[in-house]
Design a protein around this ligand. Structure first.
Ligand code: HEC
Ligand code: HEC
Ligand code: HEC
Ligand code: HEC
Length: 216
């Protein structure tokens, strides 16, 4: 019991710490979907920032303390070209989390456990990111850099323009823990301050991101 309390306190401490670290960067970004948000899509009533993606209880195993309703993989069209040596899978990992809003099929305010989504401004009829906005990527990923594609030693060595191992001293760019390239290889959902040009970019320049994995 004592250990449980200690463990709980540690988790609480780490969470509080990350709230301070991450809140700073996310506040000024379009991922601040609360009433204090800077973008057009934001809530008219909800003041909490993290709640749109994370929850402290009853979270889903789809992601870290994941609280948003998650999209269903299955009928996404994946990137498909003859030159590709590895096969992208249906969205998994962080890609699945991003597409839970960005495929445009789920309300931005659809939080697990709420009977109706948090009301948002400038969304579609069902609360989704409207179809005409560029941020609505849809379920056709054939024009997006391959995601949920393996990037392990064998898969990398099969491709002459890929590095192995990828080395990023900051640890921001690279395959995820399961060895897949995800949306988060290029984008950091918590920070839109590194590049003025590329949204939520992991580095200050475009090439720095690509060249972590590619030799050209
Ligand atoms: C728009 C969605 C979104 C919002 C809002 C958001 N996060 Fe996240 N967060 C994510 C995603 C997606 C991941 C998983 C990233 C991955 O797997 O690489 C994540 C992961 C995390 C992690 C795990 C460590 C990591 O970076 O992967 C922590 C801790 C975290 N978020 C804290 C926060 C806090 C604190 C806030 C509020 C200040 C917040 N997040 C707001 C989407 C969001
Ligand atoms: C809770 C819903 C939600 C989740 C989850 C989410 N986003 Fe977003 N994101 C939004 C909204 C809403 C916007 C603002 C879109 C707009 O204004 O058209 C946005 C904006 C963006 C933008 C900037 C678009 C622009 O027009 O400037 C990028 C890039 C982005 N998100 C990437 C991601 C990535 C990558 C992930 C996963 C790691 C993710 N998002 C997860 C809701 C979400
Ligand atoms: C290889 C890097 C890379 C990956 C992987 C990637 N993106 Fe992007 N993304 C970009 C760049 C670069 C832009 C800036 C616009 C452009 O040049 O197309 C962008 C733009 C965006 C935008 C703004 C809308 C737009 O089209 O301008 C959103 C939203 C977005 N990305 C979400 C995602 C999501 C969700 C995923 C995963 C399914 C993803 N991105 C994977 C590089 C990437
Ligand atoms: C985390 C590693 C990673 C990052 C970062 C990354 N890529 Fe890739 N890229 C890959 C992998 C893995 C493939 C799939 C290669 C294969 O299996 O043939 C790929 C495929 C591609 C392809 C398609 C090749 C084909 O045969 O159709 C292009 C083009 C490309 N990347 C360009 C970029 C650009 C531009 C950037 C930066 C905006 C970037 N990549 C960032 C890992 C990465």
């Amino acid at each position: 019991m004592k250990n449980l309390v200690k463990c709980g306190l540690l988790v609480l401490f780490l969470l509080t710490l990350s709230v301070f670290v991450m809140a700073g960067a996310i506040v000024d970004s379009k991922h601040n979907l609360s009433t204090s948000g800077r973008g057009q899509i934001k809530s008219s009533s909800e003041t909490r920032i993290c709640i749109f993606c994370h929850t402290s209880h009853n979270s889903s195993p789809d992601g870290p303390l994941w609280g948003h309703q998650t999209t269903t993989p299955g009928n996404f069209t994946t990137y498909n070209r003859a030159t590709l040596k590895n096969q992208p899978q249906q969205p998994n990992g962080a890609t699945k989390l991003c597409l839970s809003c960005h495929d445009g099929t789920i309300a931005v305010g659809a939080i697990k456990g709420l009977s109706r989504p948090i009301p948002m401004q400038n969304v579609g009829a069902a609360g989704e990111i409207p179809e005409l906005r560029p941020s609505n990527i849809g379920r056709d990923l054939s024009g997006t850099h391959p995601v949920s594609i393996p990037y392990l030693q064998n898969s990398a060595l099969a491709v002459d323009h890929l590095r192995w191992p990828p080395v990023d001293p900051e640890g921001k760019v690279g395959p995820d823990a399961d060895g897949f390239v995800q949306c988060t290889a290029c984008h950091d959902p918590h920070d839109d301050s590194r590049s003025k040009k590329y949204p939520f970019w992991n580095k200050s320049t475009f090439d720095e991101v690509c060249k972590t994995c590619h030799t050209y």
